[in-house]
Design a protein. Structure first.
Length: 398
């Protein structure tokens, strides 16, 4: 696909630009880049846009349905371009999305918050389609942007698309967790993949006063928040700016959960059984809400899995990641109290409810009141409002 082969004068793209401007994510300094760097130029013919309402990906092929393809390209939705680390074949969605084009509102919100200035050097972690690296290169110039992706095929395709648009960042195949020392020091590090531990390499490779902007989360679930950290004195510290969900760096995906192994170690009949007055509406708050992220900050090395509701009942499971402790709370429609089972050395539901009460006692603060401090030795501390006031260690499971 070449730039000339695209339909450039598209009402859908104009509408997308209008929505991004009105929402405040497309700032005036990035508007020329949005006009020049077309998302559609970085998307493959076969792709899988994500339906934000149904929570499922659909197959769209430009060769069979060009109108549907352009509609998806010009929509404010994420688009999967690779499944299962490239092992997937066929046209139906695969099991695990492993490379994508992020929502335009997220991309341009990140670019706005990055606060780049002329002459700055930027490390872009997670090349993906190449669009973000292309936008940065359009703004800063070819010798100022380095982009890195672990997948050789994804990187090669992105490099080809970038060159077709006359954009020439340095494209590196490698583990983004290690950064790229050859281009350091950087003024900015931008990640469009999620992490659960702030890489020490990013801190070391960023100049004092530079900024790291990355989706950060815990093993508790997929809830991330964008950390905007300023580097200095061997550490990086700053607040979270917004809730997001990103696919994780491959080294940061976390361990797989073997449900049967947990129940074999502590069968349901042997578990401690209690009840809780905490309701499903209070606890199961959904995607991009504050509570799951906060619980991850406060309950270490624990994974939550909320099952779909069936016949008025929803079980929510918790798995310890350092042993086979587990807990389950079963919410039932029409019942005042929910049943709780707990097994193993940890009482995970007790830990979760303690964290919930801590959050409620402080006025249910949203993610923007929390922050993160990471040091060049690998330590991480989360904090509420002020790192000198209320802070605690965050120990990742990966």
């Amino acid at each position: 696909m070449t730039y000339d082969s695209l339909r450039m004068d598209r009402p859908g793209r104009k509408e997308l630009g209008r929505v991004l401007v009105e929402s405040g994510v497309l700032s005036s300094d990035w508007a020329p880049t949005f006009a020049a760097v077309d998302r559609a130029a970085f998307l493959p013919d076969l792709m899988w846009p994500y339906d934000m309402t149904t929570g499922a990906s659909a197959t769209v092929d430009r060769r069979d349905d060009p109108d549907g393809w352009y509609a998806a390209a010009d929509s404010n939705v994420p688009v999967v371009i690779q499944w299962d680390d490239g092992a997937h074949r066929g046209t139906e969605p695969g099991r695990l999305s492993t490379s994508s084009s992020s929502m335009p509102s997220v991309v341009y919100g990140l670019l706005r918050d990055l606060a780049v200035e002329d002459g700055m050097r930027v490390l872009d972690v997670g090349t993906g389609t190449g669009e973000t690296a292309g936008a940065l290169t359009h703004r800063l110039g070819r010798h100022h942007v380095t982009t890195v992706d672990v997948d050789r095929a994804v990187s090669a395709a992105a490099r080809d698309r970038l060159r077709r648009q006359g954009l020439y960042p340095e494209v590196i195949v490698g583990d983004g967790f290690e950064g790229h020392p050859g281009g350091a020091p950087y003024d900015r590090v931008l990640a469009t993949v999620g992490i659960r531990r702030m890489p020490t390499a990013w801190i070391r490779q960023t100049r004092p006063g530079g900024i790291i902007l990355a989706p950060w989360g815990t093993a508790y679930g997929n809830a991330d928040a964008v950390a905007r950290l300023t580097v200095g004195d061997g550490k990086a510290t700053g607040r979270f700016t917004r809730s997001v969900e990103f696919m994780k760096l491959r080294s940061q995906r976390g361990p797989a959960i073997d449900h049967d192994a947990y129940l074999s170690a502590g069968p349901l009949n042997d578990a401690k059984r209690t009840t809780t007055s905490l309701t499903e509406e209070e606890f199961v708050t959904g995607r991009l809400t504050d509570l799951p992220f906060v619980l991850g900050l406060r309950v270490p090395r624990c994974r939550q899995a909320a099952a779909d509701k069936r016949e008025g009942a929803r079980p929510v499971w918790f798995y310890g990641l350092t042993d086979l402790s587990w807990a389950c709370v079963l919410f039932r429609d029409g019942e005042r109290d929910a049943t709780v089972w707990q097994s193993g050395p940890r009482r995970l539901w007790d830990e979760v409810t303690d964290a919930y009460r801590w959050w409620k006692d402080r006025g249910s603060p949203d993610v923007t009141r929390f922050g993160l401090t990471a040091d060049a030795r690998g330590g991480q501390r989360a904090w509420l409002d002020d790192p000198a006031h209320e802070a605690w260690a965050v120990r990742p499971a990966v």
